[in-house]
Ligand binder design. Structure first.
Ligand code: DGL
Length: 226
């Protein structure tokens, strides 16, 4: 069984991609809705939740864990692998690499939770793949909660999203990385605003390919670095 988890429903965007890639896989999804959002929590709290969920899923028979959450991956994927050395663990990290490889303007942005934005892991990702580029990391407090509570179709939130995107587009950013799995559900809101000026980068399908490569069993694992 493949255990997929997130703080809430954001990881469903990843689950859907895995289900498309592996239609017959035995999938189990856990949403930690009692503790959502993770993005405004301390690093140690996030790590504690990830280790507890990992233990629960492995006890239920999962042989592959997918951390369908950038925030949880940033702060806890290493600890999770140490806790379960015999279980394959696939993490999710913002698509900085595909953004860096395809940008024409040399300017990219990463939208993420506060916890991901401040993480060492994201800093390393940027240093490894986009050190030569102009990279703007933009924390988006409250956005995951908007998605989680299905309150993202109002004019006030649309204005907040436009207000975040506009300065990036005016700066010449042409790749905008959705660095939180919840934000996949905001793509329909963002697409009209960025149309013709920037592309949104989401890694759900690439994560699913990584899960296929892991085969659902075995040990080891990898955090997706596109
Ligand atoms: N969906 C998660 C992510 O990818 C976390 C959102 C949150 O709980 O703050 O970062």
């Amino acid at each position: 069984m493949i255990g997929v988890f997130d703080s809430g429903l954001g990881g469903l965007s990843v689950l859907a991609a895995i289900a498309r890639a592996l239609p017959h896989a035995d999938l189990s999804y856990l949403a930690d809705t009692a503790h959502v959002p993770y993005g405004d929590k301390p690093d140690g709290f996030i790590r504690g939740r990830v280790l507890a969920i990992g233990r629960h899923l492995v006890e239920r028979g999962c042989t592959l864990l997918v951390v369908a959450c950038n925030t949880a991956t940033a702060h806890a994927v290493t600890a999770l692998r140490h806790q379960h050395p015999g279980v394959a663990v696939v993490g999710v990290e913002p698509g900085v690499k595909p953004a860096a490889q395809t940008t024409r303007s040399g300017r990219i942005a990463v939208l993420a939770t506060e916890a991901t934005a401040r993480s060492e892991r994201l800093a390393h990702l940027v240093r490894d793949h986009a050190a030569h580029l102009d990279v703007r990391v933009v924390p988006c407090p409250g956005w995951a909660t908007r998605v989680e509570t299905l309150q993202f179709d109002g004019a006030d939130f649309a204005a907040e999203v436009q207000g975040t995107l506009r300065p990036l587009l005016d700066h010449g950013v042409d790749r905008i990385v959705l660095g939180c799995t919840h934000y996949a559900f905001l793509a329909p809101l963002m697409t009209p605003a960025v149309q013709g000026r920037a592309e949104l980068i989401d890694v759900a399908d690439a994560v699913a390919r990584q899960v296929v490569r892991q085969g659902g069993t075995g040990s080891g694992g990898a955090t997706l670095r596109l």
